[in-house]
Design a binder for this molecule. Sequence first.
Ligand code: 4GW
Ligand code: MN
Length: 322
Amino acid sequence: MSINRAEKICWKKCWILNYVLAFLLFTIWCFSMMWRWHPVVVYACKEQRSDVLILSPWLAPIVWNGTYNSVILNAQFHQRNVRVGITVFATKKYTIFVQNFIDTAEKYFMVGHKVTYYVFTDRVSDIPAIDLREGRHLVVLQVPTYQRWQDVSMRRMEMIRHTSQERFINEVDYLVCVDVDMIFSDEIGVEILSNLVGTLHPGMFSVPRESCTYERNPQSEAYIPTDDGDFYYAGGFFGGTIEEIYKLTNFCHNAMMADQAKNIEAIWHDESYLNKYLLYHKPTKILSPEYLWDDDFGRPDYLKRRRFLAVRKNHYQIRNRR
Ligand code: 4GW
Ligand code: MN
């Protein structure tokens, strides 16, 4: 064999060795990256979601099961010693919902955190004494009765606004404002807390905006044109800091009063005004329909948890006069 040929073979071997080495290094790098990435993601969130929208176009998180880690969040909020208020209205026959509402909230709502229930009612003596866990309190507040049920629902905004200045601002950091004809059936924790929070309406989820039941009368303060709107929020679950809740309820109440003066009432009452407000004051966090579900809408695949459920009510019995 000539020296030339031997040299050529040697070079060839060197090249092959280089390729093998490069491949080996690349594989090691890949494994090291996986090792670094894998435990972090698995530790932070056991499950990821690719089947639903988890971020709004203005970068507000949309809270679904699998998008957050409660251990991390609980530690954060404990560090801040956060106090959470939850408001419900129970006037006339709706007082019958209070016991179950609070009993189930004791089991599932903000467990381990400071909670104050604010029950607004016209029948104070109907509100039962309920055993609460440590760090949790019940405040019963007397409110007037309104004859029309639409007013019962709408006046909640005025009463929350009033109490925000009078009490909430001194007593709690965040407020969660919900319907009373509900039960908690799975965990709801600090993952829902943020400056301004809206909840996607279970019946209007994935409906194109032109089909959403926003108020379409241009004369109304709740008016939203057909080519506007992003999400449709439920009237039965909103929240935020006291300052933000004050602004929200102040807008809604004033808009309702302005409409009333024009003899107008928005199609879905307080919910319509809430949607108007949240369209132009974007929420900083959005709750998925896990947080406000009604079994009348079935059990779609995307719904991994039903945390807060509408109680089926006998409309005739519960809603007739007195
Ligand atoms: C019809 O006769 C009524 S009465 C419709 C609502 C009524 C009502 C509502 C009431 O008599 N007392 C009361 O406290 N409410 C509050 O308004 C209660 O907190 C309830 O969850 C909220 C909204 O009414 P709703 O739950 O009956 O509305 P939907 O069926 O839309 O969830
Ligand atoms: Mn309701």
